[in-house]
Design a protein around this ligand. Structure first.
Ligand code: ATP
Ligand code: MG
Ligand code: MG
Ligand code: MG
Length: 566
């Protein structure tokens, strides 16, 4: 492509309303232009980068065994009513009525496609023999974001790669989830992003059921904590309770306490079954409000927190989750505390909330745990219970290390959905014995625009963008210094065609402009390799090659230039 024939409106000035580097640079480099808040046009350079990111995502999805389809953005609102997400999305869901002949139809613009894809599968799949199946699309999503901002980092209309897996067992789901997780790691690595997979709010399956892929960046809207010692990393929303759990210490020798003996109950599995999660996935401190009074629910296990699961189980009761509670309030509150059988931690079963009490009592194996335990007398709560406030300097919930806190941009999210959507939309399969079960689902999203925006945010210098080869709109830029010099143009053209022939995406800056001006633009748009052809150089049989990150160009003989570039 020749610069004069494409459309790259670079800007010298820093746009006043652009607050963060990626937004400023993407505007200045002529990648995007705003139509209105939350809606952007991708100009040719931006569009090319977006397409390259899409290609990486598509390739890795296919390698991971997912098959591509394309679903409509227009969706009937009834589907969202069936899954309860019309209310859950609230104002974020863009909905409107249209008139068709004599009746009105209520529609939504898809913010994501769990409903549509589950509806599709419910109609097309009926037997275990047709499963597992993973489908994906790269498609425009619509969300009426409260605060669209930071250029294309958060917009009301964006490209998402969304994949959905359908399986007959949790084991099958776990296998697909792991494959997707690995594919995500490859995608972000190939895109040149430094990323951290973090534990996120877990879904109905519990435990390791959800991970977000975060690009650490000062302007990221998410806060994540990580432990340099053991590698534990979590979204703060999820990590916060690790701190509260870490603050519980038995004050008495547990042997003095009264043993619980409930013969019909044998193991922690009963609690986990009641709470519909995996036993090894239980370790959580939640503070609930019952009649306005805090109730602490401490579910501990060998692994990690499972807030979403427990929350859902407790949704059935009239307790609500509290954001914070003082130590005093918690100490005086009725407490439910379940621990794994055989580990010396108390289970306190005298609880006001029947669901919690039953669950905890159910977990008491004979002689395994204790009841009648008094908060304060038998154990103490240490630290603060400000659940929104875990962060830098807090103890790691997994090891002796200390947590550090950084901001991050969420570029991807993988989630074990379980049967939430298949149950509400009737997506079932018949097993070998003709028994009917809801299909077990997973969903896997990547914000394609965010790949570009977070690259721009994390890979630039004072002069402009620095693209990795994989995502760069063009891989090489040829700059003829004097476009009216026939010799120069002839050589530049020759390089242009040879590079194209070798499959290199090449742009030629054929503008009749000063070299300094072209060099500035070259740095701004950030194309990885720059080849400069000048009259004086040609006389010596030399051209100049420079990588975007190098200070000084390298003078190379004409005959060697192509081999160096390719
Ligand atoms: P966020 O927490 O930033 O609002 P989300 O958790 O709501 O994102 P998901 O529903 O998990 O987003 O969607 C999958 C992916 O889509 C996200 O990981 C993110 O990369 C991208 N994404 C979500 N919302 C937007 C948006 N408004 N603009 C651009 N990309 C988005
Ligand atoms: Mg969101
Ligand atoms: Mg999020
Ligand atoms: Mg998310």
């Amino acid at each position: 492509m020749r610069w004069t024939q494409t459309f790259i409106p670079t800007m010298k000035e820093v746009p006043a309303d652009a607050e963060i580097p990626s937004h400023r640079l993407m505007l200045r480099a002529g990648l995007i232009r705003q139509l209105m808040a939350g809606a952007y046009t991708y100009l040719p350079l931006g569009h090319r980068a977006l397409r390259k990111a899409e290609a990486v995502v598509r390739e890795e999805m296919e390698l991971a065994g997912a098959v591509e389809l394309l679903m409509p953005a227009l969706q009937p609102i009834e589907l969202f009513e069936k899954t309860g997400r019309k209310d859950a999305f609230g104002n974020v869901l863009i909905q409107f009525d249209v008139t068709r002949r004599d009746h009105e139809v209520h529609l939504a613009l898809g913010p994501t496609h769990e409903e549509v894809v589950t509806d599709l599968i419910s109609r097309q799949i009926s037997s275990y023999r047709q499963l597992p199946l993973t489908v994906f699309q790269i498609q425009t999503k619509f969300r009426n974001e409260e605060r669209p901002r930071f250029g294309v980092l958060r917009t009301s209309e964006f490209q998402m790669k969304d994949a959905y897996s359908f399986s007959t067992s949790v084991e099958q789901l776990n296998e697909i989830y792991d494959r997707m997780y690995a594919a995500y790691c490859r995608i972000f690595t190939r895109c040149g992003l430094s990323y951290v997979p973090v534990e996120a709010e877990s879904g109905p399956i519990g435990g390791d059921a959800s991970h977000e892929f975060m690009v650490p960046a000062g302007n990221g809207e998410d806060s994540i904590v990580r432990c340099a010692t053991c590698g534990y990393a979590a979204n703060l929303e999820r990590a916060e309770t690790g701190r509260a759990a870490a603050g519980i210490v038995p004050a008495n020798d547990a042997a003095e306490l009264q043993k619980v003996d409930t013969p019909e109950a044998t193991s922690i599995e009963q609690v986990s079954r009641m709470l519909k999660c995996q036993p090894e996935q239980m370790i959580k401190t939640l503070i609930y409000l019952a009649d306005g009074k805090p109730v602490a629910v401490l579910i501990r296990g060998d692994h990690e927190a499972n807030e979403g699961k427990i929350r859902r189980a407790l949704d059935a009761t009239d307790v609500e989750l509290a954001d914070e509670a003082t130590i005093e309030e918690v100490t005086n509150a009725p407490v439910g505390f379940a621990g794994p059988v055989g580990i010396n931690c108390p289970v306190i079963a005298d609880h006001d909330v029947p669901l919690i009490r039953d669950a905890i009592t159910g977990a008491n194996a004979a002689d395994a745990h204790y009841t009648g335990v008094n908060a304060g007398r038998d154990y103490q709560l240490e630290g603060t219970f400000d659940l929104r406030d875990a962060g830098a300097g807090d103890p790691c919930p997994r090891c002796e290390g200390t947590l550090e806190q950084v901001h991050g941009i969420e570029v991807g999210h993988v989630f074990k959905l379980g049967t939430k959507y298949s149950e509400s939309l009737g997506a079932e399969f018949l097993d070998e014995n003709e028994k009917r079960h809801p299909i077990i689902m997973g969903c896997y999203g990547i914000g394609v625009n965010r790949i570009i925006a977070s690259l721009a945010e994390t890979s630039h210098d004072d002069n402009g963008l620095i693209w990795p080869i994989s995502i760069a709109p063009y891989e090489a830029l040829i700059i003829p210094l004097n476009t009216s010099d026939e010799e120069v143009m002839k050589e530049a053209d020759r390089f242009y065609h040879e590079l194209k022939q070798r499959g290199i995406d090449v742009l030629m800056d054929d503008r009749d402009a000063r070299p300094g001006f072209k060099f500035k633009d070259a740095d701004l748009v950030g194309i990885p390799f720059r080849l400069v052809v000048g009259g004086r150089g040609l006389k010596e049989g030399l051209v100049e090659i420079k990588h975007r990150t190098e200070e000084e160009p390298q003078k190379v003989p004409l005959a060697d230039a192509l081999d160096i570039l390719v």
